[in-house]
Structure formats: C-alpha cells, structure tokens
Design a protein around this ligand. Structure first.
Ligand SMILES: Cc1cc2nc3c(=O)[nH]c(=O)nc-3n(C[C@H](O)[C@H](O)[C@H](O)COP(=O)(O)O)c2cc1C
Length: 487
C-alpha cells in the first residue's frame, strides 16, 4: 500500500535501504546540489540531510530518483501496472457495438475512478504550527540555491494550488517558486500551464487569485502535480485513483483553498493581477542550461502552516539524468493507454531523459497503410503537453523504443532525410532557448519506419541481421569451453 505521507515514506525508504541519513552539516547553497547531483547521476539513494545550516528542518532529496523508488511511491511493483489499470478502464469506452448488458457489467470498474474522491477534514497535521502575518519567515526553510548563476533560492518540489475563478475547478501544478524575501515568492507557472490560465482569468475578472504552495504529502499526490492531466481532471481524484484511497484535504487558514492535510508545509497567499510582474530567475533548469530571467507573478505570503517536525522536500533539476527522470518515466508509463485511446496503432513510446522529455519522442506503431507514420507523428503533436515536443520519431513495432541506442540505430539506418523528415511551426516549451521566439518555433517528424512500395520505395527493404536460434543455443551451451570471460 502507498505511504500516507512523506514521513511514512521516509521510513519505508530507510527500511528498504533506499535512503541515506546524512548527519554532517551541509549548506543549502550549492553544496546539497553537488552532493545530490553526484548521487542522482549514479542512480543512488534518497538523501535525508538532518543538519542544514541555518534551518531546523531536515531536507529530503532524490525521493523519486529511480524507477524502483517511483514504483514504491505509487505502491506498485512496476509502473506499467498503473498503465494496465487505466487501459482496463478505457476498455469501457470502446466499441459502440457492445451490448447494454456488457456495458452494465463493466460499471463496477468505472466506479473505481470515482471511488476515491478527496475527503475534507477539519484538523490536519499540516496545520500543527501556524504562522501568520509578521510571524511568516520563509528564510527559516532550508530553501536551496541550486546552481552558481541562479537568481536566488528556489523551492522546487512543490504543489502550487489554484482554483479556476470562473468554474471553481481545482488545479495543482509542480512549478518552481523563487523565494524573494521573508514573505514574498515568485510563481513560475509557464504560459501553457493551468496555474497561468487561472491567473489570466483572475486578471480579466479583476480578482486576486488565492494560491497555496504545499510541500510534501503522500507520494502519489506529490507526483500528481507533475502529471500532464487533461483540463478538468483533478490531481486529487487522480491521486486517489493511484492510491486506491481518498486524499484528505483541509481548508487553508487565510483563504478557502483546500490543500492535502498530510502535507509537511503549506505556504498561503494571494497573487494580485493588478501588481506588476516580478523578474524571476535565472534558474539552472531541466534542459541542463540556465533558463533566462523573465517576468512572473509574485505572491505576498499570508500564512505558513506546517507539521511540528516538518521535513522540507526538495529536488534539483539540471543536466540529465537527475531526479525528474523517475517522475517523467512514471508519467510516460501511466499515460501510454491514453495515447492509445485515440491512436490504438501506438505500440509503445519513450521520451529519453537526454531529450529533456519534450525534445524527443520515439514512438513505435503497428504500421497498417502508406503514410501511417505521418498520421501518428501529427497526432502526437495534437496531444496535450506532447504538443510541445520538438522531434517525433516514428518507428515500426519491432523496435524497442525504450532502448534509445536501438531506436537511434534503426532510425539512422532507415531514413533518407530529404524524404523522411518534415518540419512545421508550432508551440514550443517555454524552457527552449533555441526557438526563434519565446515559446514559438518548429517541430520535426521523422518517419523511420520501413518504407513500402506504395510509398514510392521500389527497391528491396533488407532484414535486420539476427543469428538463428539453434546456433545461439549451441554457442551458449558450449560457452564455458571456449575460455572467453564475458559478463
Ligand atoms: C521538478 C519539476 C519542476 C517543474 N517546474 C516547473 C515550473 O517551474 N514551471 C512550469 O510551468 N512547469 C514546471 N514543471 C512541469 C509541470 O509540473 C508539469 O508540466 C505539470 O503537468 C503542470 O501541471 P498543470 O497542467 O496542472 O499546469 C516541473 C516539473 C517537475 C518534475
């Protein structure tokens, strides 16, 4: 069963040998980054720093840094199990031809999605200590200044909660939050994200936007803030589905947003669309480059609430691989069935960390007709945040796209660049520093499938080299006799 909060998860990780307690005093300025980066690059354990200079809170980092820990966080052995659960549910939506009785028999499974809606509670661990007004002092938190050219300290492993001022829909997004001083922070919701849309609506309606930044909570809820959920799907319902248990929510103390009761720390406040935007950044980002300073809303903090013994969860981003590889891989596996819902010909896809997730997508398909690769490439570019991808490579179903080396090997062999590559303009991730304009640039679809005669290819397409099974078996049996050491 998935842990109920971060404190429980820390105990689970420690018991499983997946966490190291670091008692040596360390600085939140650069030192933790350098330590964590070395550990993340080697796929190492989660780290709990007990003595961060200038703060009473222990700092937890690299919590989700491997596929194994990410699976533990979501209470499964293998992340594909969640994709399978979703695929199972989606079966319900298929086939208008299915009889009414068949559909009725499937109802109990549909209920699984709505079986665990969030539950509101009156008192919560995250409000054991309450600081309002002048008592608020964000410099007491061990907020990391990650990289040498960063514009200041940034809170990184967040859930930023807002509510649509028009229809009341709740959203929680993982957006970095820059600490400007004791009581003011910057909110880095990029223009394609839901928090930014809520802020724009508040501006049009001439309202202040209540915002709450929570740190910690149960691991599935934390993860859900990073997941590219379609608009209208609540992170709390999704987290409830993942956990198979409702997420408990509590009302904030200075406005009426509801936040996870099991969070470690809550930072409440209002973003005022009437106020001028504030320069945020630069920040050493997911791309491995600094993202430039830019103007984002600031938030005046009205209260900080927390557990009495609150742990401060953090992460770093930077040149891959770092901790977000675990979070990104979970999203890839969980969302595969949703991609297949509209494009059942998709066999698998993979967004390699070197491609910073949005720069490169390998997708394998069960090719059925001439031009099929172009249809899927274009279709991928129409799917939610996948639309920000720069390069989509479409391959045949026999290619293991999760093996980046295999995917490139087949791609580079299979393409005649002039014939198989197409470019088009489109929206680009805000973090991209190469595009001709901010968040606008171009995309490339590569058709790396085997070419068919109907596609104008009239030469013979060769087979991949594979040794026959009987020879392989014979050599395996004799291997010890050759005297060749090989792992
Ligand atoms: C560690 C981490 C940090 C992130 N920082 C930001 C950020 O500062 N701004 C942003 O817009 N997205 C950021 N993202 C990506 C969003 O969390 C992600 O796109 C999410 O789906 C947005 O949710 P939304 O659709 O509710 O806006 C970050 C993701 C991770 C894993």
């Amino acid at each position: 069963m998935a842990a109920n909060n971060l404190q429980e998860f820390v105990k689970e990780l420690r018991k499983a040998g997946e966490l190291v307690d670091v008692r040596e005093p360390v600085s939140a300025k650069f030192e933790i980054t350098e330590i964590a980066d070395r550990v993340m690059k080697k796929g190492g354990p989660a780290l709990l720093f007990h003595d961060v200079l200038g703060s009473e809170h222990p700092l937890l980092i690299n919590t989700f840094g491997t596929r194994e820990r990410m699976a533990m966080a979501l209470g499964v052995e293998d992340l594909n199990e969640i994709g399978d659960r979703i695929a199972d549910l989606l079966e319900l939506t298929k086939g208008p031809g299915k009889g009414l009785m068949a559909k009725l028999q499937l109802l109990p499974r549909l209920v699984e999605v709505s079986k665990f809606p969030p539950r509101t509670v009156r008192s919560a661990p995250c409000q054991e200590a309450v600081y309002r007004g002048d008592e608020v002092d964000l410099t007491k938190l061990p907020v990391q200044t990650c990289w040498p050219e960063d514009g200041g300290p940034f809170i990184t492993l967040t859930m930023v909660h807002t509510r649509d001022p028009e229809n009341g829909e709740k959203n929680a997004g993982m957006y970095r939050v820059q600490r400007f001083d004791k009581k003011t922070v910057g909110l880095h919701w990029q223009r394609h994200k839901t928090g930014a849309a809520h802020f724009e609506k508040a501006k049009k309606m001439g309202q202040m936007l209540p915002v709450a930044v929570t740190l910690g909570g149960d691991p599935a809820t934390i993860y859900s803030a990073s997941a590219p959920l379609p608009p209208g799907i609540s992170e709390f319902v999704f987290a409830g589905f993942l956990r198979k248990e409702p997420v408990k929510l509590v009302k904030c103390v200075t406005h009426d947003l509801e936040v996870p009761a099991e969070a470690e720390i809550v930072i409440e406040g209002f973003a005022d669309p009437e106020e001028p935007l504030t320069l945020e950044g630069p920040f050493g980002d997911h791309t491995g480059f600094y993202s430039l300073a830019d103007y984002y809303p600031a938030m005046e903090v009205t209260a900080v609430t927390m557990r009495k013994n609150a742990i401060y969860p953090s992460t770093i981003v930077g040149r891959p691989p770092v901790e977000d590889v675990g979070l990104g891989y979970a999203t890839e596996r969980i969302f595969l069935p949703l991609a297949r819902l509209t494009m059942p010909e998709i066999v698998n896809y993979h967004l390699p960390p070197e491609g910073i997730f949005h720069n490169l997508v390998f997708v394998s398909i069960d090719k059925q007709y001439p031009g099929h690769a172009w249809k899927v490439g274009a279709g991928m570019l129409g799917m939610g945040l996948m639309s920000l991808s720069k390069v989509i490579v479409v391959l045949d179903k026999d290619v293991n796209v999760e093996d980046t080396s295999e995917a490139w090997w087949v791609t580079l062999n299979n393409i005649d660049p002039e014939r198989d590559i197409r470019m088009m303009p489109g929206p680009i991730d805000v973090l991209d520093h190469s595009s001709r304009a901010f968040s606008f640039g171009s995309k490339m679809i590569i058709d790396a499938t085997n070419k068919w005669k109907e596609e104008g290819f009239d030469r013979e397409w060769p087979e991949k080299i594979v040794m026959s099974d009987d020879i392989k078996q014979m050599v395996s049996e004799k291997w010890g006799r050759y005297g060749i050491p090989l792992d």
